[in-house]
Design a binder for this molecule. Structure first.
Ligand code: NAI
Ligand code: MG
Length: 358
């Protein structure tokens, strides 16, 4: 019997610190999955970009980097940043260059609680907690607009402007994305995160677009919550959340909070999507390069592995994505936990347990 055999060409960019460790882990799991499926394979091309590359070349990635990435089916990313390179240089030189250059305007960050992982939230185990942060990933507070000047006035007199950009189109596309996602979930609800009481231009536009778009989704419940109140709500009433849509900065902060509540930043996965598929999308754990634990082989690989599951979803391989989730649940349920979630297993042990469970 002949079966269609597909090859997915993936650009792998492990970059820095634990990024290299968790990307290797994720690749091992994805390759194993592909072998057992017999229906597809991954062809990996690894790029050496990151802080070490910067030290030797003065660039975080090659000048033609985006051109070289353009034709891949997806990008699998680790984390970028190291103490000897200013963070704004490393982040803008690589990760933001890709997300913005490829118009990956939807950053999807599920907050998933695992029964085997203790949450710092009291009573979390009695509730069914599961929500998704949808982050506007192309503009807002990370539009990169602004400048520093007046340095000639001398020390102590510098001025910096950091301007947030909100466009009607940018707000509308991320909100429609959030509503469409909510329709696929048991609880059809979108919570919009705002700060329009203090930010009377950008965030008021955000609110107006939210109200307008919600009119097209009468079957989806809505609420609009100020970001400060939303951070309290994450802790006090997380069971009321399903899809949370927020601007670039607000969602960045809230998704770290969400993953910490779920047990560890090391568990959190994310997808940077170009939903029109004009460019490759990028899949990466939410966490950074964790210099404090890098090189010790103790990084939690699950955030990267579940980012691989999001990549499978993007390819339409829903059953395979579910298999990854199940294997992760089995490994965690068997008590194979890294240090950040209260165990003593190293990265390799967790990967082996997940591969066994597949
Ligand atoms: P971080 O996420 O690297 O670390 C925060 C804390 O979480 C640390 O205590 C770390 O040990 C722990 N942690 C992170 N990932 C873990 C994992 N897989 N397993 C176990 N524990 C884990 O954030 P931090 O320290 O603020 O930033 C370090 C560097 O990473 C900086 O250069 C920063 O700019 C960069 N960064 C890069 C990101 C990206 O590439 N997407 C995202 C966030 C930070
Ligand atoms: Mg962050």
């Amino acid at each position: 019997m002949t079966r269609t055999h597909r090859t997915f060409r993936i650009a792998s960019i492990p970059a820095d610190g634990v990024g290299t460790e968790v990307v290797a882990a994720g690749r091992a799991v994805l390759d194993r999955l592909a072998t057992t499926s017999g229906e597809y394979q991954f062809e990996w091309v690894e790029f050496p970009w990151g802080c070490e590359y910067y030290r030797s070349t003065g660039r975080m990635m090659d000048t033609d980097g985006l051109d070289r990435l353009r034709d891949f089916d997806a990008i699998y990313f680790g984390a970028v940043g190291w103490p000897d390179v200013p963070d704004h240089v490393s982040l803008w030189g690589l990760r933001l260059a890709i997300t913005q250059g490829f118009d990956q305007w939807a950053n999807v960050r599920p907050v998933r609680f695992h029964p085997a992982v203790a949450s710092p939230l009291r009573g979390a185990e009695d509730k069914n907690l599961d929500w998704v942060v949808v982050r506007e990933n192309s503009e807002g507070e990370y539009a990169g607009l602004g400048g520093r000047n007046l340095a000639a006035r001398g020390p102590g007199n510098e001025v910096a402007l950091q301007t947030a950009l909100f466009t009607e189109k940018g707000c509308e596309r991320i909100m429609r994305f959030a509503f469409d996602l909510a329709r696929t979930r048991p609880h059809r609800k979108v919570s919009s995160v705002t700060k329009s009481n203090a930010q009377q231009y950008g965030m008021v536009l955000w609110d107006e677009v939210f109200t307008r778009v919600s009119g097209d989704y009468p079957d989806v419940e809505t609420e609009s919550v100020l970001v400060d109140a939303m951070s309290a709500k994450f802790v006090l009433h997380p069971e009321e959340l399903s899809v949370v849509v927020a601007s670039n900065l607000n969602a960045d902060i809230l998704s770290d909070l969400g993953s910490a509540l779920a047990g560890s930043l090391g568990l959190a996965a994310s997808a940077n999507l170009n939903p029109e598929r004009r460019f490759p999308s990028m899949f990466e754990p939410v966490h950074g390069s964790a210099p404090d634990i890098a090189g010790q082989a103790v990084a939690n690989p699950i955030g990267a592995i579940l980012s691989g599951a999001l990549m499978l979803e993007h390819f339409g391989l829903h059953d395979d994505a579910a298999r990854v989730h199940k294997a992760v649940d089995i490994a965690l349920g068997g008590g194979i936990l890294t240090r950040d979630i209260g165990g003593s297993a190293d990265t390799a042990r967790v990967v082996a347990a997940i591969i066994d469970a597949l």
